[in-house]
Design a protein around this ligand. Structure first.
Ligand code: NAD
Length: 525
């Protein structure tokens, strides 16, 4: 596979299959001038697109959904080959999520883009009618990571397009072909080519996009790069959405179903080889079930098959590259060196390939260890015990991150009450990660996990700027609060304030009388 360059490029980036280092293809490295040209073309196309009816946009999105459904296998193959994940995960967490997203957008966007009345409560303002318009920004720049190379940029791109924006997408240099596949499908669905441009390249291409004439940036990636993006955006007051890392806690209460919770822990920590922003990165289990929970996790982990994601029997694929593997290895080594018990895994699997790491279960971890503080992003399940709900909440909230969390209990009400106390953008009760597949649910974090939201209504709000329009019902009447001030007017204003807000009925009545005279003012300029 080789992307077709639209202009001359000084360099190319090779793309490798992380499972076996197979050379999949190469993509051009977009440099500053090429990036600027793409954004200019997108801006010109967006002016026309903003004027198309919502029905036309929906028609294209529905075409896209039909083509994506037909080509689901081919799309999953592209994802698996460059990101390494099992093909079943590529289908479930990437293709299916996007098929569902299109349904949500097509159903919801027409209502969302309707002018929204803004009723006025102040009696004097009732002589006007107000409403909110949601205007597209223009060109939305999107910078995306490698771990969900299809679903992450697709949700953002589709949300931007349906609200009338153009998109210039900079995918991860490790997984550009999933984004190029998205582009191919949208073009096949009938989208104007200038409305969605994919600029391949590394961080320098992303930096060039930030310096271009985009009107908003939606960034998904690490905290370290997110800070650079925020700084570049601040310098030119560019609005941002930052979807950053996580260190998601799982809290298993004493009344949780042990078998269900241990299966959830194993899947939630190891799915996509632990390279999910919503992965379980910290697990807290009530002391009364701690040892039994660990035993169940270790037994289940032993049954998992690590291998090439293209093999249908694989449960866990490789890590994306060597730097990621190094972080995982260092976090586990640090934990063990500081007293953690290694119950499973804890080693690389060179016999499978250079990027494989065995699913790992650690017990006896504490918050002084890197494994409990920094994002590991690998197949590691560190488990710690707690004594009571208070301690569980305190441990969960003792983190610089706040993307998502989960609470496991047989008592839903208890779980929901506890969920309200956990500082995270999403808290699931008796499930994990699945929130990403709920198209209506907002996705995003607090603290270092980011700013703003993608997905759902709140994700759509990020793609538009609100314009409030107000129209006076009496165009021939001068407003009572205009010039012509004096002692009389002052008295009338005081009366009006008493009429509206005084706690005393007598003052309200007197104020009402006093202020009515304002309507008879003759000295208005
Ligand atoms: P990364 O920060 O290394 O790279 C993300 C993107 O930024 C890539 O496209 C990269 O080329 C680009 N980039 C790098 N330097 C840049 C610069 N100076 N200016 C502009 N762009 C630049 O992240 P990654 O390793 O690709 O992805 C993994 C991270 O993403 C993890 O931390 C994970 O938690 C996070 N993530 C978060 C979410 C979420 O929704 N919150 C979803 C997926 C991944």
């Amino acid at each position: 596979m080789t992307a077709l360059p639209t202009t001359t490029f000084p360099g190319v980036i090779p793309v490798l299959n992380p499972a076996n280092q197979e050379h999949i293809g190469e993509v051009p490295q977009y440099e500053r001038t090429a990036v600027l040209a793409c954004v200019d073309r997108a801006l010109a196309a967006q002016r026309k697109w903003a004027g198309t009816s919502i029905h036309e946009r929906i028609r294209i999105l529905k075409n896209f959904r039909r083509i994506l459904c037909d080509q689901k296998d081919a799309v999953a193959d592209v994802i698996t080959r460059e990101a390494g994940k099992p093909k079943s995960e590529a289908l479930a967490t990437e293709v299916m999520v996007i098929l569902d997203t299109v349904g949500f957008l097509c159903d919801y966007a027409p209502m969302f883009l309707q002018p929204e009345p803004v009723p006025h409560s102040n009696p004097i303002m009732k002589l006007k009618r107000g409403w909110l318009l949601r205007q597209p920004y223009g060109v939305i720049g999107i910078i995306s990571p490698w771990n969900y190379p299809f679903s992450v940029p697709s949700v953002e791109t589709l949300s931007a397009l349906i609200t009338g924006n153009a998109v210039v997408l900079k995918p991860s240099e490790f997984t550009p072909f999933s984004a190029l596949k998205l582009q191919e499908l949208l073009f096949a669905a009938g989208l104007d080519h200038d409305l969605f441009q994919v600029i391949t390249g590394d961080g320098s291409t992303g930096a060039a996009l930030l310096a271009s004439n985009i009107q908003k940036i939606v960034f998904t990636g690490s905290v370290a790069t997110g800070k650079k993006v925020a700084q570049a955006a601040a310098a030119r007051l560019l609005p941002v959405v930052l979807e950053l890392g996580g260190k998601d806690p799982m809290i298993v209460l004493d009344d949780a179903d042990l078998q269900v919770a241990s299966s959830a822990a194993v899947w939630g920590a190891f799915m996509n080889a632990g390279q999910t922003c919503l992965s379980i990165e910290r697990c807290y289990v009530h002391e009364s079930i701690y040892e039994a929970f660990l035993k169940a996790c270790v037994e289940k982990t032993a049954k998992l098959r690590v291998g090439n994601g293209g093999d249908t029997s694989t449960d866990i694929g490789p890590l994306i590259h060597q730097p990621q593997l190094k972080i995982v290895r260092e976090h586990v080594e640090d934990a063990v060196a500081n007293g953690a018990r290694l119950l499973a895994g804890g080693k690389t699997l060179p016999e499978l390939g250079p990027n494989f790491y065995a699913p790992t279960v650690l017990a006896g971890v504490d918050h002084s260890m890197r494994i409990m503080r920094e994002e590991t992003f690998g197949p590691v399940l560190p488990v710690r015990s707690f004594k009571n709900d208070e301690e569980a909440v305190a441990l969960a909230n003792d983190s610089e991150f706040g993307l998502a969390a989960s609470v496991w209990t047989g008592n839903r009400k208890r779980g929901e009450q506890l969920a309200a106390r956990v500082a995270a953008g999403t808290v699931m009760v008796n499930d994990v990660i699945a929130c990403f597949g709920i198209s209506e649910a907002p996705h995003g974090g607090v603290k270092a996990s980011g700013i703003g939201r993608t997905h759902g209504k709140l994700g759509l709000e990020e793609m538009v700027w609100p314009k409030y329009v107000d129209s006076d019902r009496l165009p021939h009447m001068k407003k009572l609060w205009w010039y012509g001030y004096g002692p009389q007017f002052l008295q009338q204003m005081e009366g009006f304030i008493d009429f509206l807000f005084s706690g005393k009925m007598s003052a309200r009545l007197r104020g009402g009388m006093q202020s009515t005279r304002a309507y008879l003012r003759r000295k208005l300029l």
